[in-house]
Design a protein around this ligand. Sequence first.
Ligand code: GRF
Length: 198
Amino acid sequence: MRNPPPLKLGILGSGRGSNFIAISDAIRARQLHATVSLVISDLADAPILSLARARGYRTWACPAGRFKTKLEPDLEAQLAAQLRAADIDLVILAGYMRVVKTPLLAAFPRRIINIHPSLLPAFPGLQAWAQALAAGATVSGCTVHYVNEILDGGDIIAQARVPVLPGDTPETLHTRIQAEEHWLLPAVVGRFAAGKSA
Ligand code: GRF
């Protein structure tokens, strides 16, 4: 029997890109049957873009437009067109800091996933690790979920739990949550690559 072709990934991020690196490393280690076809950022100077270029991946900096928290519809349509032209199978939001709207959702129905640093449905939105700490949570973690029109509100695919320790600061908690993100996200992508969308 022939192996299926590698899953073609489009990765969107606005920041450091550590989750992108985790996926790329899993592919390089042959733990993940996928290929990074395109890396996109809404911030032209985001580290994720320079990291992607250094690894030889195709990148595209999306024009940022007028708003910080969302793209205007024509810009998001451009972004969707880039992903379509690259024949992407799965879109991964890895620290992409804008709300996703109809142009992208309609182009990739149930083929966009996000990694979020809390045990959703608890603490959607920004700095979820700091929210968990401020609320006195004893357990936090991370969630991979489908993306829909509700912020951090799509169906949950997988979660990993992280205990909140005495003396935790937002930074220490976030660091431990990210360590879990870095295996959970590639593991979920592996399920898609195996044809078992979650
Ligand atoms: C992660 O903590 C993720 O949960 C959140 O944004 C952060 C991205 O980190 N959505 P990085 O850019 O992958 O390092």
